[in-house]
Ligand binder design. Structure first.
Ligand code: ADP
Length: 619
């Protein structure tokens, strides 16, 4: 956290206090200087004025003495000056002023000093006095005395009838005035200091009102940054800081809303991802996997967090460049086979790549959607094979028919015996085509579930009986023995009679076809547990090799194509039988040993008037 421990000198509080104090200091300084200057000037003025007034007064006063002394005899003169001295001393001892009175020659005739005798009779030659005796006014000067005190001198002429008859001279100490000024200065200084102290104190209090909310907001903002989202500050005022507090609370509210919306979105996405039937893999811009949903993990058979940070190309078994090409190029779909383990069939997966763009940063990752198209691929394969098979099956009889007709056209027609035989063959082929087409139609009806099963309670013993009757001629011809083995008290089955006849016909004709003369066919029926009956058709014919058994119910699958075709088979008999049994909810299975015989078994539901039919049955 930056600035968690701000040094006290750097705090806003300190800055505010310093600003306050400096402002007061400058203000006081300015005021002080101006005030003292003005005060000093005014005091000085006053002092000078008073001194001048005193001077005038004194000059007026001594004039008569000086006038009297003029032309008087020495004795009288001394008497006058003694009187003058007394007056001067009495009058002007006040204010520690030192007064001297001079006659026109500059000789001191009166003085109010501690020891007047020492200067009376002496000549005062000070410039001011000389100037005053010359009749010049305004002789004033400040000086520092030997006792280091500031004093002011004035000297004034004393006139009588336009003539200067003497001068007065006053020296007054200014110390008292300066003392007063100094005292005022001190008062000003102490006032300033008190003001500064108070300002500092006030600064602490005032700045606290600004700093405290800021500190609180800083604390709360830090808390938000650390993830404790909902933080509210107390708003105490409506000023800028209060508004900042409001804005802060508003922001935190919006942040909370935005985050919860974000979280909701995330949850939605997670739930969509985990419930998707397609696999989803997301990577960063380096192609390293960062997200993978459950389906993708199942498809790619990765455990735990093994996938995290792996390269997507390695994971999907694709070359590295091809992933980049799919992401950036126009062809963003790849189909791959995932050979995951020895036992399991490879998965055929269609991968759709999409780049994730972020504004200003280009591609920041990739999303790959994995679709398991194994089934689809199988169906597609089966469809292709089926079309090829149908075309092939139809072409063979058509070619035969065409060649026989050509032979007839080429002259065979003239030989009645040959013609009859050839026509017989074409008829046979045409019949085979009709059989093939009708078988195909039957299958397609079963496939599209358009063949409505008209299920009814049927006595299977009767059905089997009838089958044996239907095939009795063929059986006799091939001298094949048919054994009927129907369990006693066999319950009725709920089946579509015509369809079951079709199943039995297909199985019986197969058994007859693939069993040598003097063979034996066993037609059995017995009840199974749980509402099912089992019907079996067993022969002791040529049997089916093990490798073909698993595919024997596929359409057009035949062990020996030529033989089957010669026998008039279409290769669809067993698949039709299986579809019909399935449509009844039953199951069909085959067991066979080469040269031992074959047994086809299927189950049918029992008719239970009171109970609902349940699915199942044995294979
Ligand atoms: P087909 O019309 O060729 O008989 P099916 O679907 O009925 O067609 O039978 C498929 C293949 O299964 C036959 O071509 C034959 O090779 C074999 N097959 C069926 N039933 C038997 C059986 N009872 N004994 C030996 N092989 C059989």
């Amino acid at each position: 956290m930056p600035g968690k421990h701000v040094r006290f000198l750097q705090t806003i509080q300190m800055k505010l206090i310093i600003i306050y104090v400096l402002l007061i200091l400058i203000a006081m300084q300015l005021i002080g200087v101006y005030f003292i200057r003005t005060l000093e000037a005014s005091f000085l003025n006053n002092f000078s004025y008073t001194l001048n007034q005193k001077g005038y007064l004194l000059a007026g006063y001594v004039r008569s003495y000086l006038e009297d002394a003029q032309g008087a005899g020495a004795e009288k003169e001394k008497k006058i000056y003694d009187d003058l001295n007394i007056v001067v001393r009495n009058l002007l001892e006040i204010g520690e002023a030192e007064v001297q009175v001079m006659d026109s020659s500059g000789k001191v005739v009166g003085a109010s000093v501690a020891d007047p005798e020492s200067i009376i009779g002496q000549k005062n030659t000070q410039t001011e006095v000389t100037r005053a005796l010359q009749g010049i006014r305004g002789n004033e000067r400040t000086f520092i005395d030997s006792d280091k005190k500031r004093k002011r001198i004035i000297a004034m002429p004393v006139r009588s009838e336009g003539k200067v008859i003497g001068a007065i001279y006053i020296v007054a100490s200014m110390e008292e005035m300066f003392d007063t000024i100094n005292r005022i200065k001190q008062i000003l200084l102490s006032g300033t200091l008190i003001a500064l102290g108070l300002t500092a104190l006030l600064g602490v209090v005032l700045s606290n009102t600004i700093v405290t909310p800021i500190k609180e907001m800083t604390k709360k903002a830090t808390a938000i940054a650390e993830g404790r989202i909902y933080q509210k500050v107390n708003v105490h005022s409506g000023d800028e800081i209060g508004q900042l507090g409001f804005a802060f609370n508003y922001m935190s509210e919006r942040l909370k809303e935005a985050l919860s919306a974000n979280e909701e979105e995330k949850e939605k996405l997670a739930s969509i991802l985990s419930n998707m039937s397609d696999g989803v893999v997301a990577t960063d811009d380096q192609g390293k996997v960062i997200v993978m949903n459950l389906r993708a993990r199942e498809m790619l058979q990765v455990q735990g967090n093994d996938w995290l940070g792996k390269d997507i190309a390695d994971l999907l078994g694709l070359p590295k460049e091809s992933v980049g090409q799919h992401v950036l190029g126009s062809e963003n779909i790849a189909v791959t086979r995932l050979e995951l383990s020895e036992e399991e069939q490879p998965l055929v997966v269609r991968i759709t790549f999409n780049a994730i763009h972020r504004r200003g940063r280009g591609i920041t990752g990739t999303i790959a959607v994995l679709q398991d198209i194994t089934e689809q691929e199988k169906l597609e394969q089966a469809r292709r094979e089926f079309v090829a098979n149908v075309s092939h099956e139809l072409r063979t009889p058509l070619t035969t028919i065409k060649s026989y007709l050509e032979a007839l056209d080429d002259g065979a027609m003239d030989d009645p015996e040959l013609a009859k035989r050839f026509l017989g063959v074409t008829k046979g082929e045409a019949e085979r085509m009709i059989r093939l087409v009708s078988d195909l139609l039957h299958l397609s009806r079963l496939d599209s579930r358009r063949a409505v099963m008209a299920k009814q309670p049927i006595d299977l013993a009767e059905v089997l009986e009838e089958v044996s009757d239907r095939f009795s001629f063929q059986l006799q011809q091939r001298s094949i023995e048919l054994v009927l083995d129907v369990a006693r008290g066999l319950p009725k089955a709920l089946v579509d009679r015509d369809q079951i006849d079709q199943v039995l016909d297909n199985l019986m004709s197969n058994a007859i076809k693939y069993t040598g003369d003097q063979g034996r066919i066993l037609l059995g029926a017995r009840p199974l547990e749980k509402s099912w009956v089992e019907i079996s058709v067993q022969d002791n014919g040529i049997g089916i090799p093990k490798k073909d058994l698993s595919r024997i119910f596929e359409r057009f699958y035949r062990v020996d194509k030529a033989r089957s075709r010669n026998m008039g088979g279409t290769g669809l008999g067993l698949s039709i039988a299986r579809e019909i049994v399935k449509a009844h909810g039953g199951a069909i299975g085959i067991e066979s040993e080469v040269n031992q015989g074959t047994k086809v078994t299927f189950t049918l539901p029992i008719h239970e008037p009171d109970r609902e039919q349940k699915g199942g049955g044995a294979a």
